[in-house]
Design a binder for this molecule. Structure first.
Ligand SMILES: NC(=O)c1ccc[n+]([C@@H]2O[C@H](COP(=O)([O-])OP(=O)(O)OC[C@H]3O[C@@H](n4cnc5c(N)ncnc54)[C@H](OP(=O)(O)O)[C@@H]3O)[C@@H](O)[C@H]2O)c1
Length: 416
């Protein structure tokens, strides 16, 4: 049996009023006239029903987050080969049955585009049967990608089934820049690649408008790791061009949400000078009533490596070899430096004792134009930490704080 309904501005306002806690009290519209969402959303990459995907502590964290008022869940058809959506569906059904939640109190965001695991088998079977999906890009034996509207709609129906819902609040095309990567790999000129890319997205958007009309989704959008990247990056995605594409499909379109990484090292969505568009992504989104979700607040990608923007969670006595000891020392030094910089630039009182994770979350969640920060809070103590961050005083100069920290970072200086 699947749950009826969807989140709206009215239902999310109604559901928050009788409850206590900062995830209820501090909410903002996901997009213009859209449902209200908590300032921090539950990111569900690397969660699922098997022990390898953190079960049962991830289930506990998810249930705890929902009970505390986190009402935005971000997932994808490919997270844990569908297990992330299944776990969310089971947890939601349990809390609804127990009377703790209603379906319309929670905003569910999922994504489609990747063909991995079971989905890859399905795509390959279609190819063998002579009914291959179109716009399929092959990145090796275990990762294919497709922007065929039929594939996107097929994925949507599986997502709704796994989540146990009739209507998904937001479906995002997941990292469509894979198409641009494939074109780059095949030496197709960038202008031609971009023009074909937005044409293909136009076909997907048209199909998603039909899904809106059928009541299968409320809104759609794009999640891209290269949204707002400089034009010289052949895989960059432009919000202005996405908006123009959606307008070509319909003047009254339901293209409402974008998602991209934002942290102290990856600043594309707020960096005016680096954006392809005239305004930076957050400003452009705000001026057009589009919601922006940002991801990877603590997982910063830099030159192919990953920098964790939290205090070390490993005890020195757990470290077994010299390399790990050095790694831990570097991590500790970096987190101390980052904390010191943030405190120097945050003038709002109340942040004196906040740990690095809370400083990071606060500087992101108070960026003008941003709807919510997606956080991989797959342990209960991370939810507690996020709730404390959301309760800190509002930061009025969050954009300047990040700009100043970014200017100070040695990584950035090394690049210039
Ligand atoms: N292209 C896309 O659409 C895309 C890309 C990336 C992410 N996302 C979405 O965004 C969500 C967030 O991104 P993410 O999970 O990759 O990165 P993240 O939120 O930066 O979290 C990274 C890791 O930080 C640790 N962590 C989380 N909260 C913490 C806290 N309060 N204190 C200390 N450590 C903490 C966890 O590590 P451990 O697990 O090691 O404990 C977590 O896995 C994802 O779950 C996903 O829903 C979407």
């Amino acid at each position: 049996m699947s749950l009826n309904g969807f989140a709206s501005a009215e239902s999310t306002m109604r559901s928050s009023s009788p409850r206590q806690g900062v995830f209820h009290e501090r909410r903002r519209a996901l997009y213009e006239n859209g449902p209200l969402v908590s300032l921090i959303g539950f990111g569900s990459y690397r969660i699922g029903l098997s022990p390898g995907l953190g079960h049962p502590h991830c289930r506990e964290a998810l249930e705890y987050a929902l009970r505390r008022g986190v009402n935005l869940l971000d997932t994808s058809a490919n997270y844990g080969n569908g297990q992330s959506e299944l776990l969310i569906g089971q947890t939601l059904a349990k809390l609804v049955t127990e009377g703790h939640l209603t379906r319309d109190a929670v905003v569910l965001v999922s994504k489609a585009g990747y063909a991995q695991g079971n989905t890859l088998e399905l795509v390959q079977q279609r190819e063998r049967d002579g009914q291959a999906f179109e716009s399929v890009f092959k990145f090796g034996s275990d990762l294919w990608y497709s922007l065929d509207p039929e594939f996107i709609l097929d994925q949507l129906s599986r997502t709704r089934a796994r989540l146990g819902i009739e209507c998904l609040d937001v479906l995002l095309i997941h990292n469509p820049e894979y198409m641009l990567k494939a074109y780059e790999h095949n030496n197709i000129p960038v202008d031609q690649a971009r023009s074909e890319f937005y044409n293909q997205l136009e076909k997907c958007f048209a199909a998603l408008e039909q899904a809106v009309a059928a009541g299968h989704i409320r809104a759609y959008g794009v999640s891209s790791n290269t949204l707002g990247a400089t034009t010289d990056d052949p895989t960059s995605v432009s919000l202005q061009r996405l908006l123009d594409t959606a307008k070509r499909v319909s003047a009254q379109n339901s293209f409402k949400v974008v998602q991209c990484p934002l942290n102290w090292i990856e600043v594309n969505p707020i960096a005016v000078e680096s954006a392809d568009d005239q305004d930076n992504t957050l400003t452009l989104a705000r001026n057009n009533g589009i919601g922006v979700l940002v991801n990877r607040p603590f997982n910063a990608m830099h030159e192919g490596g990953l920098i964790r923007l939290t205090r070390p969670t490993v005890d020195a006595d757990q470290v077994v070899d010299e390399e790990q000891r050095k790694g831990l020392q570097n991590w500790s030094r970096l987190s101390n430096d980052l904390e010191r910089m943030a405190r120097e630039y945050i003038s709002t009182p109340g942040y004196e004792e906040a740990p690095l994770s809370q400083l990071v979350l606060s500087t992101l969640m108070w960026q003008p134009g941003l709807s919510s920060v997606l956080c991989g809070m797959r342990r209960k103590n991370y939810v507690v930490d996020a709730e404390q961050a959301a309760a800190l005083p509002m930061l009025v100069n969050a954009d300047q704080v990040i700009a100043q920290i970014y200017q100070d970072l040695e990584f950035h200086k090394a690049e210039n």
